[in-house]
Design a protein around this ligand. Sequence first.
Ligand code: PHE
Length: 348
Amino acid sequence: MSIDTQLKQFKDAFNAELANVSNAETLEVVRVKYLGRKSAFQDILRNLKDMNDEERREAGQAANAVKEAMQAAIESKEAELERCRYDHLATDERVDISLPGFAWPKGHLHMTTRAIRDIQRIFERLGFTRVRYPEVEWEHYAFDVLRMGTNHPARDNWETYFIDAPVHEKFGRMILTPHTTNGDVREMERGELPIRTMNINKTYRRQSDVSHVPMFHQFEGLLVDRDVSVTHLKGLFEHFAKEFFGPDREIRLRPHHFRFTEPSFEIDVSCGLCAGEGCRMCKQGWLELGGAGMLHPDVLRAGGVDPDEYTALAFGWGVERTASMRSGINIADIRVMYKNDIRFLEQF
Ligand code: PHE
């Protein structure tokens, strides 16, 4: 084998090993192996003595060049390792501090929570105070005082969950409240008039389909004062609709029936998808918001309020329904709101 070939093979082997060096200890091992006194390099040099002068001069120069190149490579590797030692990093993990930072993903509140906060704020500006009444309730407050005594057929509209607990002598069975109207008589019983409250709470009904979830939320406005009338009711909804849905949305009152209000209404808001034209989401341009009315005199009496002196308006709507009627939103199945699927939740 010619000396050139030997030198080349030797240098290639050196380069290959040097490339794998990642700390000072292995670098020293490589240095001793290739440049030390017992290195194979010395064996190559020993061949020089069998050469004639001219050959020896050429080969000597070639060997010297290889040696210098190896020394230079070791020095630059040493410098590189030193830089990495300051960064406490392996050679291939150096940090480029000029790169832009990594932005952590940011979450946001659930659309129901956001709607509750928005609703609360709109009514707070009108002087309503947020209150909360029990989710686990007696039949008495959810039905009896609302003119739906035991076995009254109107109760069927509130598909109620009953709790397996002893029946109370006066308050009846224990239930999960199916509407926030349970708080109205409780509020009047506190005995402070006038009243302007907003009861936002969880409500429960035995229903699960595209437009119902068994656990949902309602917000209940209650206004008890002298000379409260349907005009106030209408004014409140108009204000709320514009604030919550936007200035283009309209409301309308439709006659309805509830045992605890007289007169009773259902409130519709113009559809945000078709702007009142009529589409698959709505009924001829209108979406049903929820119920409302003037509290029946018997309900006022049950709360200790004199109906000859005071009148009251009340309304109770589903938060999820109301939130999903915001402009441009079209939720085909309301149950996805509580499936915890991040792909859905991130959109709102
Ligand atoms: N509680 C009624 C319901 O759940 C809504 C309502 C509230 C109606 C207050 C009139 C007055 O459907």
